[in-house]
Design a protein around this ligand. Structure first.
Ligand SMILES: Nc1ncnc2c1ncn2[C@@H]1O[C@H](COP(=O)(O)OP(=O)(O)OP(=O)(O)O)[C@@H](O)[C@H]1O
Ligand SMILES: [Mg+2]
Length: 308
């Protein structure tokens, strides 16, 4: 099941569906978005990658005028935001990171409220809600109160709600977080369908495999700025490499691995009790070609690396 849009709607739209120039967002003394320049061409699926706190959700909120920029200019579907945000919002579907469904209403009622708010013509409303329920595989649970749906069902309903008015642009903030692999794969199929119809998609995600599967291009955000942009394959090759070796151990051991990796020019990433050494495929190459000055340059990293 896909949402059909009229061809002239697909054709409509300027070169860039989203344009942010020099955008800054401060919360008091803290700068969450720091001079962000980002363009998303029409019809493209752009993956927004970056660590916790990079500013991805804040950027999305500024596109919908839920958050106001401190500086800079924003255009969405040709409308300046926040000045004409109502018109932009009317053609935009938003799936927020935080679930904000109405728990007292049923799944169907949640969609009906949105179809009404987004001015889906009365005659088409029932069909639009039926289609959205089918997309979310919730037809059989349409009379269930949101409070009684599982976490995965709520996530699916949240996505369906963002699509009920057949938007030209969809903002998905970590759309598949917490979903089981099967539902995630179904949602990937759904996002594929949107792209095939020419819908522009801006999607934040922590899952590189999700970006590789769905995104035409990715922008890597860090500290409120885009620090790299390219196809998923280009970014993986440049920033992560083909292999990642993960080390677990006490903090002093992890610090030692980080120090050695840095000295060998390998990027690392801390993830709670572990440290990941990126671009690990180069370790064996360096070792074989004598690039490493001594075995101890790479051995502590290399020794847990079974495939070297
Ligand atoms: N309303 C707010 N008041 C103060 N600080 C905020 C507010 N909203 C966001 N921030 C801060 O701005 C920074 C960016 O937050 P944001 O939610 O945009 O990050 P993110 O990239 O979406 O992270 P995540 O991957 O964890 O979702 C964080 O340090 C966050 O604490
Ligand atoms: Mg976020």
């Amino acid at each position: 099941m896909t949402l059909q849009r009229a061809p002239e709607e697909v054709a409509a739209g300027s070169a860039a569906a989203i344009s942010l120039r020099g955008v800054v967002k401060r919360f008091g003394d803290f700068t969450a978005v720091d001079g962000l320049d980002l363009e998303v061409p029409s019809g493209v699926c752009l993956g927004l990658l970056g660590p916790n706190g990079a500013g991805k959700s804040t950027t999305m909120k500024m596109l919908t005028a839920q958050a106001l920029p401190t500086e800079g200019t924003i255009e969405v579907l040709g409308f300046p935001v926040p000045r004409e945000s109502k018109r932009a919002r009317a053609a935009m579907g938003v799936v927020p990171q935080q679930d904000n469904l109405d728990e007292e209403l049923t799944a169907r009622e949640n969609l009906e409220v949105f179809a009404h708010l987004y001015r889906v013509p009365r005659k088409e409303r029932r069909r639009a809600v039926d289609d959205a329920l089918a997309i979310a595989h919730l037809t059989g649970r349409q009379r269930t109160k949101v409070d009684d749906l599982s976490g995965g069902m709520r996530r699916r309903l949240l996505i369906a709600r963002g699509l009920v008015h057949r938007p030209r642009l969809v903002l998905l903030d970590e759309p598949t977080v917490g979903l089981d692999p099967q539902v995630r794969a179904e949602l990937w199929g759904l996002i594929d369908g949107l792209r095939a119809q020419g819908t522009t998609v801006l999607m934040s995600t922590h899952y590189i495999e999700e970006a590789e599967r769905l995104a035409d291009e990715c922008a890597l955000m860090s500290h409120g700025k885009v620090i790299a942009r390219g196809t998923p394959a280009e970014l993986v090759a440049e920033y992560a490499g083909e292999r990642v070796v993960e080390h677990y151990g006490p903090p002093d051991r992890l610090a030692e691995v980080e120090r050695l990796a840095r000295a060998a020019g390998l990027p690392t990433r801390r993830t709670g009790p572990s440290v990941s050494v990126l671009k690990a495929e180069t370790i064996a190459r360096r070792w074989r070609t004598g690039w490493a000055r001594t075995a101890w340059d790479v051995r502590p990293i290399w020794k847990t690396c079974s495939w070297c």
